[in-house]
Design a binder for this molecule. Structure first.
Ligand SMILES: [Zn+2]
Length: 987
């Protein structure tokens, strides 16, 4: 299967990895030698392994430097093209719209017999260019630039044709993606973790089938010390084999003297030992302190996206699906969990028990495999033939009720909605005490941070909203992601956008009281704000390197992905077309892998109305280019002209794009503006379009209920009529429409299209208090049931106290005092904890009290509110202490460091301390949080959030240039980070 979306080939003419891995600082001179790319033959098909999965830029470069595995006829014409076209061949792919970014074209026959003259010219060119290239190549640490090779290559050195494996022998593969010649069918993984010395040994048996003749098997392995390997072909005998390892790409290989033949089956067995990971990925060790103060250890896994290879050697790409049989040994006072139910437990000679789990009943991707060794307890319930359990550390067992209840309702909802029953016999939800992500959707064994799964008896509806949202999201993945999986990480949004969309959709249906619709609205505004930066990227984006894969886990994949699905659902003509389309998609691709277009095709094929809509045509404009449109409305009498342009917050020297979107513009007018029937649709596919309105219509409001992913500018007159309408009747619009008007006018002000008054900071305080004081004063400090009222209260009181409003500060201090004096038996309402603890964090005495409470608190949500309170201190010594404690991980778990840093950075002077702290500890930070990960993105964004001068930018460039790469969360994906926008906007 082509792992790349054919949609993206058009825009892949400048592969990002080529520009940004610093192979070429600028276009190399050789490009100029071959301007007419079509004059050169295209590449012939090679060994099937070679066809697909390697970043073409590096591949062409390397091939041009001398790799030779084609026959002579082919090479005659090829070589000059290779040498001359190292990069132009990439560029010319724009002229070959049908080509996949990595696929090669069949050889043109006319190329097989060159004339003598051509041959001479070819040879001459070859000699000259080869000499130049060799000189450049052999200069150590060089990068190709227009001025030759004088610039140190700081990130990616040139990789030779056959990189040397760790033993010194040539490694038989040179690509990030694995060859396709051998596919895994099943794994049997036996693990023996030792939780005392934090090591483990493993024994992995992989059954494989050979797809194409090949002399090598290449798979992933990271930080595993392989101590033995055997290989068995078909019915033959097992033979010991040598395993070669190429550390930079976390790959191992076995090479054979004879071809393995297509259709043959074979078995590779690997024995190894390793340390349990001390970061948050792979098979990692974790610990917590129990209620008696004893340290308890456990081991858990986090494999998405690239870390299954740290626990067992495997073909660690999502499209290599297989079955898994897991065996784990444990001490008798521990228990184990894995994706499947326990099949049997066998006592071992060394006094340990070995738990064996049933073989997975489904083919699954490696990143979804999971296992845990711990001493957890559970609550269990049977739901539609699935045994649902929620696991936690023993003392938090009573906090699992809510998750169990919520999961049960959602499981029934999804079974019904997708018309496909959850395919496994059991579903475990496990709260892990030390866990970096919010949750992970491992099939049948979903792991959570404690805050995302456990809620106490007194928890507020807002805390329950968090748990319900995360459970709904992870459960949706059991279909979107687990049953049907993206072929490669470039289409991660197929997993994440869908799960995010389904989490809001399902909760609106199943638990309407949670008021999840407003949360989704806020998420869409946030997605627009992030996607308006030049550093954003297309929803479906080419990725190869591990950091690029990590970076896909961002707002674009999750939040924009969900937003465009909502827009699509709202614009489809038939009521049920969206649901029927996704059922069709899930059924058609059940157990396999997909690309974005598979989804659009399924949605197009389902005809439920006479009005045909080509979903693919509409949606590709939203997934294949970054950003979103600004729709400007101008009206003359009965004629309304809509014009679209890229809404891009950027400095003047940044690229201005001519992107166009296929926008299903919705609108309502003063004749009818509230009910869904009022909504009218106009498809804007070109730069501008015109629609007719009766002259009597006073105003029109676009983007009904803000279901579309665009911003609207009505011009002075248009805004005036809308404001007038609101002044006379606030309820003339739905609350989503009112919110979208407010959001859009602020966004337009950032873009410089409208001017809003901008008071000085002191005046701003007075202005805010003047506008909101009566609302602030009306808030209660006791329990409140309604989620939206809680949110409003938390926002108003949080603002009031941060602005030093006396009444608020006194109330918060009183509540904290009562809480302390009653020995925590007086509860602070969940939504007010943050306000109260933040106020406490500002005083010397209460900060110490708060620290004491934090150390002894067990309930995670409360603990995090306390931590935020501690980190909001303005005391320099305390700021320094809390940052250090977060890195050490004893008093404050290291998983909380991103939260600590973002809170400190919100303070007046804190960001300067954090900037120093990050510079000093960068290496330790990236050891704990992988480059590109959400955690490192968050850290870098926090620390630079208040940088707003050229001096800051210069300082960042000089002292920590790699930080700039990660600004905006799309560092390697972007040419410029939002820092440019920050400077352009002046704040
Ligand atoms: Zn997810």
């Amino acid at each position: 299967m082509d792992p790349f979306d054919s949609n993206i080939s058009d825009r892949a003419n400048l592969p990002r990895n080529m520009i940004e891995n610093s192979m070429f600082e600028e276009e190399p001179d050789v490009v100029d030698l071959a301007k007419d790319s079509t004059a050169f033959p295209t590449f012939p098909a090679l060994d099937p392994d070679e066809v697909a999965y390697e970043p073409r830029s590096s591949r062409l470069l390397v091939r041009g430097l001398g790799e030779n595995d084609m026959d002579e006829d082919e090479e005659d014409c090829e070589s000059s093209a290779r040498l001359l076209g190292m990069s132009f061949m990439n560029r010319s792919s724009a002229n070959r719209p049908s080509s996949s970014p990595y696929a090669r074209q069949p050889p043109p026959r006319s190329c097989s017999r060159p004339s003598a003259r051509t041959t001479v010219v070819c040879v001459l060119f070859l000699v000259i260019v080869a000499s130049m290239t060799m000189v450049l190549y052999f200069l150590p640490g060089c990068t190709f630039t227009k001025t030759g090779c004088r610039k140190a290559n700081q990130t990616t050195p040139l990789v030779p044709v056959n990189p040397a494996s760790s033993s010194g022998e040539p490694f038989p593969w040179n690509g990030y993606r694995l060859p396709q010649s051998v596919h895994p069918l099943s794994y049997e993984v036996t693990l023996n973790p030792n939780l005392e010395d934090m090591t483990f040994t493993g024994y992995t048996v992989i059954n494989m089938s050979v797809q194409h003749n090949t002399k090598r098997i290449v798979l992933h392995s990271a930080k595993l010390n392989i101590t033995g390997a055997t290989f068995k072909l078909g019915e033959g005998d097992s033979k010991a084999v040598t395993v070669l390892e190429y550390l930079p790409r976390q790959q191992i290989a076995v090479q054979f003297s004879e071809d393995l033949k297509a259709g043959q089956s074979c078995v590779l067995t690997l024995e190894y030992s390793a340390n349990l990971s001390h970061t948050y990925d792979g098979f990692y060790n974790s610990s917590y302190t129990d209620k008696d103060g004893n340290k308890r250890v456990l081991a858990a896994t986090q494999f998405e996206p690239l870390y299954a290879r740290k626990a067992f050697p495997c073909f660690d790409e999502p499209a290599f699906k297989a079955t898994f049989l897991i065996k784990i040994s444990r001490k008798t006072d521990f228990m184990t969990l894995s994706n499947m139910p326990l099949a049997k437990s066998t006592p071992l000679a060394n006094g340990l028990m070995q738990d064996e789990f049933e073989k997975t009943s489904v083919n699954m991707s490696t990143y979804l495999v999971a296992f845990i060794v711990a001493n957890f307890t559970s609550m269990t319930k049977n739901v539609s033939n699935t045994l649902v359990s929620v696991y936690s550390v023993p003392e938090k067992k009573e906090h699992t009720d809510y998750a169990l209840e919520t999961c049960s309702k959602l499981l029934e909802f999804y079974n019904d909605f997708f018309e496909i029953n959850y395919p496994l016999k059991k579903l475990d939800l496990v709260a892990i005490p030390d866990f970096l992500a919010g949750a992970m959707e491992n099939w049948g064994l979903i792991t959570f941070r404690e805050t995302s799964l456990l809620v106490g008896q007194n928890s507020s509806p807002l805390e329950k909203q968090v748990v319900a949202s995360v459970v709904a999201h992870e459960l949706a993945h059991q279909w979107f992601g687990n049953l049907v999986t993206m072929s490669w990480w470039n289409d991660l949004w197929l997993n994440e956008g869908f799960a995010t969309y389904m989490q809001y959709m399902s909760l609106q249906a199943v638990m309407p009281k949670l008021d999840i619709g407003n949360l989704f609205l806020a998420v869409r505004f946030r997605a627009l704000d992030k996607d308006s930066l030049n550093s954003s990227h297309a929803v479906s984006t080419e990725v190869n390197k591990p950091e690029q894969v990590e970076e896909m886990f961002d707002s674009v994949s999750y939040e924009k992905g969900a937003s465009i699905l909502l827009m699509l659902n709202a614009s489809l003509p038939g009521e049920q077309q969206f649901r029927k389309g996704i059922i069709e998609y899930l059924k058609q691709f059940s157990g396999s892998n997909t690309v974005t277009n598979n989804l659009w095709n399924s949605l197009t094929q389902v005809e439920v109305s006479a009005q045909h809509q080509n979903v693919s045509e509409m949606m590709s404009s939203w997934t294949s280019q970054k950003g979103f449109p600004l729709v400007t409305v101008s009206r003359k009498g009965d004629e309304v002209t809509l014009t679209q342009e890229h809404f891009l917050l950027t400095s003047d020297d940044a690229t201005h794009t001519s992107s166009l979107w296929n926008i299903p513009v919705t609108y309502v007018t003063d004749n009818c503006s509230l009910a869904p029937e009022c909504r009218q649709v106009f498809n804007l596919k070109t730069k501008s379009g015109t629609l007719k309105l009766a002259e009597s219509v006073k105003w029109l409001k676009l983007n009904y209920r803000n279901t579309g992913f665009y911003i609207v500018h009505y011009g002075n007159e248009g805004w005036a009529t809308l404001i007038e309408a609101l002044n006379s009747n606030l309820s003339v619009f739905t609350h989503e429409d009112r919110a979208s008007l407010i959001h859009n006018i602020f966004a337009l002000s950032r873009l410089g299209r409208v001017s809003l008054p901008s008071p000085q900071p002191v005046a701003l305080r007075i202005y805010i208090l003047h506008q909101f004081r009566s609302l602030m004063d009306n808030q209660t400090w006791t329990e409140e049931e309604s989620v939206s009222k809680q949110e409003l209260r938390a926002a108003l009181l949080g603002t009031a106290c941060s602005l030093g409003e006396e009444n608020c500060l006194n109330q918060a201090k009183d509540l904290f005092k009562q809480y302390l004096q009653s020995n925590e038996s007086t509860k602070i309402p969940g939504d007010l904890q943050q306000v109260v603890f933040t106020v406490a964090g500002q005083s010397d005495e209460d900060w110490e009290n708060l620290l004491d409470l934090y150390v002894h608190a067990t309930y995670d949500a409360e603990k995090r509110s306390m931590l935020r309170g501690l980190a909001s201190t303005q005391d320099a010594r305390r700021i320094a202490w809390i940052l250090k404690a977060g890195l050490q991980g004893n008093i404050i778990q290291t998983q909380e460091l991103p939260l600590v840093i973002s809170t400190v950075c919100n303070g007046f002077a804190g960001y300067l301390f954090v900037w120093d702290f990050i510079q000093e500890n960068w290496d330790r930070l990236i050891e704990k949080f992988p480059l590109g990960s959400f955690a490192i993105q968050s850290i870098v964004k926090s620390v630079t959030s208040q940088f707003s001068t050229q001096a800051h930018l210069d300082q960042a460039r000089v002292s920590k240039p790699e930080v700039l790469l990660y600004l905006g969360g799309q560092g390697v994906l972007s040419e410029t980070g939002p820092v440019r926008c920050i400077f352009a906007q002046g704040g």
